[in-house]
Design a protein around this ligand. Structure first.
Ligand code: PMP
Length: 459
């Protein structure tokens, strides 16, 4: 740039004008939390304007799955922008990229899921899913079957409906959420079970019986769908207890309740398998995809629709006219071009395989280094996801007070040492979700920095 802005000038504008999402606005205004202006990135590292480099062990927001600086995707975006930056996809229009990507997604989706509606974010894809569920039940002549069951600690977005589905209080408080059509059931969070005498099988049975009680209370004829992430993400990076998904699906089937698998985090390889649904034997009616679809090189999301639902949607438009649901940017050609290049790269570099093997190495190394630490309650993960839950007292499972900010302090100490991890909201869990191209040496480095940072904060 010929006349570069100074950092001080940008910081002033940042404070004057830029409304940061998910930020403590008062602390930011008082400069109790600083700003960081990211300038560039390569592989698993990001660099800020002051020249500091960090290893990004959270892949942005678990989205830059193929790693930073991939010229194949940048070139595909540039070529698409030159050829056709935009045209809408209403009423039979599309682009080569969006049609090709729909085919590539269907090829990677579970059997019998062959139709893809593209949006821009995970939140809008989940909004689409709920509208499709409601439309479906209206067409089937059961207008009272509309409630959606979500789980406490689930994360499904920040919109009005999706923020309601999200089972984290921060996303409800003072926003008048959740909306009345949403009901929550127990999180499948074994480590935090109320009754510590339960083993995993008993805890799974407890989750199932709580779900059945909820369905009984509300009435199955009022409940349309159940939404869940194959592995709880933002709620703490929590793989389900043994047998959970099989048992839950049996209940849903019995009551004719649709299953929405929110694969915004798990889709396209994060668990070491192409889709989390395959990993856990899920047979969903709808799948939400976003992040890993383009590795965040351009905003793009999608709803994958089962053939069974698709037939009813078609019938609905025959009876009622065109589907009244579309975004200006649905299937944006630039996002679609990024998606095609991204999915090709996943295959050609075997990055899903790498997510499985290096992810297992990361989890094992973390367990070896910290499994016996007095303040580590649990280390858990799956594929290229890992979590370290910090506790005050490991034997009696006493949690730290939220006010101690133990998790955020450890994450800050890690950042000082050049590694980005995430303090997951609600609890003191340190989350890791690195790009799939992470090497074993880099994984070892992340582990040693984590250990060092925990020692510096907790001794
Ligand atoms: N679902 C899940 C499982 C997510 O993790 C997220 C984002 N973290 C969303 C939905 C919402 O996606 P977005 O932020 O793109 O709206």
């Amino acid at each position: 740039m010929s006349n570069p802005m100074t950092n001080d000038q940008l910081t002033q504008w940042d404070h004057d004008h830029f409304f940061h999402p998910s930020t403590h606005l008062g602390q930011f205004a008082r400069r109790e939390i600083g700003n960081r202006i990211i300038k560039g990135a390569e592989g698993v590292h990001i660099t800020d304007r002051e020249g500091h480099t960090s290893l990004d062990a959270f892949a942005g927001l678990y989205c830059v799955n193929v790693g930073y600086g991939r010229t194949e995707i940048a070139d595909a975006i540039a070529a698409q922008a030159h050829e056709l930056a935009y045209f809408h996809s209403y009423a039979g229009h599309g682009s080569e990229a969006s049609i090709t990507l729909s085919r590539m997604v269907a090829e990677r989706a579970p059997e019998g899921m062959n139709h893809v509606y593209f949006g821009m974010s995970g939140s809008d894809a989940n909004e689409t899913n709920i509208k499709l569920v409601w439309y479906y039940n209206n067409i089937l002549g059961r207008p009272e079957k509309k409630k959606i069951i979500a789980r406490w600690r689930g994360y499904h977005g920040s919109g009005l409906m999706t923020g309601s589905l999200t089972g984290l209080e921060l996303f409800h408080n003072k926003f008048d959420l959740p909306l009345s059509q949403v009901v929550h059931t127990q999180a499948p969070y074994f480590y935090r079970r109320d009754d510590r005498s339960m083993d995993e099988a008993a805890f799974t049975a407890d989750c199932v019986s709580k779900l059945e009680a909820l369905i009984e209370r509300e009435g199955a004829d009022t409940i349309a769908a159940f939404i869940g992430e194959p592995v709880l993400g933002t709620g703490g990076i929590v793989p389900p207890p043994a047998g959970y998904w099989d048992a839950i699906q049996a209940v849903l089937k019995k009551h004719d309740i649709l299953l929405i698998a929110d694969e915004v985090v798990t889709g396209f390889g994060r668990l070491g398998t192409m889709m989390g649904s395959d990993h856990y034997g899920l047979k969903p009616d709808l799948i939400t995809i976003a992040k890993g679809l383009t590795s965040a090189y351009a905003p793009l999301s999608g709803s994958i629709v089962s053939d069974r639902m698709w037939k009813v949607l078609e019938q609905g438009t025959d009876e009622n006219g065109p589907l009244g649901h579309g975004w200006t940017y649905s299937a944006h050609p630039i996002g679609a071009a990024a998606g095609v290049a991204n999915l090709k790269l996943l295959d050609s570099l075997n990055l899903v395989g790498n997510a499985g093997t290096v992810g297992a190495h990361l989890n094992n190394a973390m367990t070896q280094a910290l499994g016996d630490h007095a303040h580590v309650g649990e280390i858990r993960g799956e594929g290229m996801l890992c979590a370290v839950e910090l506790v005050k007292d490991r034997d009696d499972r006493v949690f730290f007070d939220a006010g101690d900010k133990t998790g955020p302090r450890v994450v800050a100490a890690m950042l000082d040492r050049g590694v980005i991890a995430r303090a997951m909201p609600q609890g003191d869990t340190i989350g890791f979700a690195p790009p799939f191209c992470l090497t074993r040496d880099e994984a070892d480095h992340v582990v040693s920095v984590t250990k060092d940072a925990i020692a510096s904060v907790l001794g």
